[in-house]
Design a protein around this ligand. Structure first.
Ligand code: CAP
Ligand code: MG
Length: 442
């Protein structure tokens, strides 16, 4: 009867249109590596614990996974025939490759690190509608990071307080206002009222500054129908963007949003709140690299990727640079990431072809303030979006001054001047440096 080991085929050469998954497998003491790894391939494709006669059928074998690489450090590569999957259905794809396997006793721990996506699957999704170029075109800004700010406190303020902060950061020089990940349509700040009032003040700020301003409006909603209603409301009020919490909404929700935004020509900003529940543990779970690839395949236009070790949230420089490469480039070579970093688990990324899929705007955010944006830009470059929440609204002179300080810090960087020198002629920046210096929040 077919057992788990029957899924091991170390002599197999993957077909060009196989989907290839890179796993890190830790084998329990009581188990053999071949059985543990075979169990991953079996459970993530066609098999189960028992030998079932139909597993021998040719047409079943034609969609069964094959382990074709096993290394001593537990790095495993598994090939899945593309016909195993339903095109354009990320929920089904992950229910196979990233489903029951994480809970199997046959493995001590399991981490899905990367996937090499076949062209047929990538092309079955829309991909980004705007991408980096399209978003920059909205602002006609091509030579600096785009800047955004989330009003803080993140939830609890009234609609008027929220919109007033928007006016202050827009007139303070930032390009975008952004809803926080957990601000949707609460009693004290209902969605339609917030959108209408904020966009009214956006128009006023545009007239006063002569600069294009916009708003990342969180359309994360209780149901698909309600999300669709909110997207239409945003489009009817002349905004260019929506924002969605991709993890708590789920991949079908994000794919549906991408479909709706096609009709309304709206760009999608992807917030990744909750990803840390499964991306943080280097021994078990699902990499942020993979979350980023899926977001690009489905078609978000901008995505939070971290601060490359500088800000308040985890995400090492190596990991963030790997993610940035995978959401921007077209041809990517396999790498072992973090191998030299103490305590950082080696992350095996795979070769990748993106077949013309537009690049996604990397967003850096999380504990950023004017005193530490320079080391972040040193690491991730300036073709990014930079978000300052507490780093603007915590400014001792308030949000408007905080926004000016953030913009001044970025200008200093672009001119190759240290913020401390630039602050000599820019009072808001000087105040921010007096308050926070170059301290890195955590
Ligand atoms: C940042 C933030 C963002 C995080 C998300 C927050 O606020 O609004 O949600 O950046 O993390 O709620 O923490 P601050 P990531 O600017 O005040 O830190 O970008 O890593 O996905
Ligand atoms: Mg937030």
């Amino acid at each position: 009867m077919a057992g788990y080991e029957d899924f091991i085929h170390l002599d197999y050469t993957p077909k060009p249109d196989d989907l290839i998954a890179s796993f890190k497998v830790k084998v329990p003491k009581w188990e053999t590596a071949r059985r543990a790894v075979g169990a991953v391939a079996s459970e993530s494709s066609v098999g189960t614990w028992a030998g079932v006669a139909a597993l021998k059928y040719d047409h079943v074998q034609r969609v069964a996974a094959k382990v074709f690489h096993m290394s001593k450090d537990g790095w495993v590569k598994i090939a899945y025939p593309v016909d195993h999957f339903e095109a354009n259905n990320m929920s089904q794809i992950l229910a196979s490759v990233a489903g029951n396997v994480f809970g199997m006793k046959a493995v001590e721990s399991l981490r899905l690190e990367d996937i090499k996506w076949p062209k047929k699957i990538i092309k079955s999704f829309r991909g980004p509608q705007f991408g980096i170029k399209g978003v920059r075109k909205i602002f006609k800004v091509y030579d600096r990071p785009l800047t955004l700010s989330v009003p803080k406190p993140k939830v609890g303020m009234t609609t008027k307080e929220h919109a007033d902060i928007g006016y202050k950061i827009w007139t303070g020089g930032l390009d975008l206002l952004k809803d926080d990940e957990n601000l949707t349509s609460q009693r004290f700040n209902p969605f339609q009222k917030r959108v209408a009032l904020s966009l009214k003040l956006r128009d006023k700020a545009e007239q006063e500054t002569g600069e294009k301003k916009s708003y990342l409006i969180n359309v994360t909603a209780p149901t698909f129908k309600e999300m669709e209603k909110r997207v239409k409301f945003v489009a009817d009020h002349g905004n260019e963007f929506v924002m969605v919490d991709i993890i708590t909404t789920g991949w079908m929700g994000v794919n549906s949003l991408r479909e709706i935004c096609d009709d309304h020509h709206l760009a999608i900003h992807a917030h990744r709140a909750m990803h840390g529940a499964f991306t943080r543990n280097p021994e078990h779970g699902f990499s942020m690299l993979l979350v980023a690839e899926i977001a690009r395949i489905i078609g978000v236009d901008s995505l939070h990727i971290g601060t490359a070790g500088v800000g308040k949230l985890v995400g090492s420089k190596d990991e963030v640079l790997e993610i940035e490469e995978h959401i921007i480039d077209q041809h990517i070579k396999a790498r072992l990431v973090h191998e030299k970093l103490k305590g950082e688990a080696g992350l095996h990324s795979l070769d990748e072809e993106w077949y013309g899929t537009k690049p996604v705007f990397p967003v850096t955010s999380g504990g950023l303030h004017p005193g530490i944006i320079a080391p972040v830009l040193d690491r991730i470059g300036t073709d990014v979006m930079a978000q300052f929440g507490g780093g603007v609204h915590g400014h001792l002179k308030g949000s408007h001054a905080g926004a000016k300080a953030a913009r001044q810090a970025i200008q200093a960087y672009l001119e190759g001047v240290d913020v401390a020198d630039y602050a000599k002629k820019h009072v808001e920046l000087a105040q921010a440096l007096k308050q926070w210096g170059k301290w890195r929040p955590r």
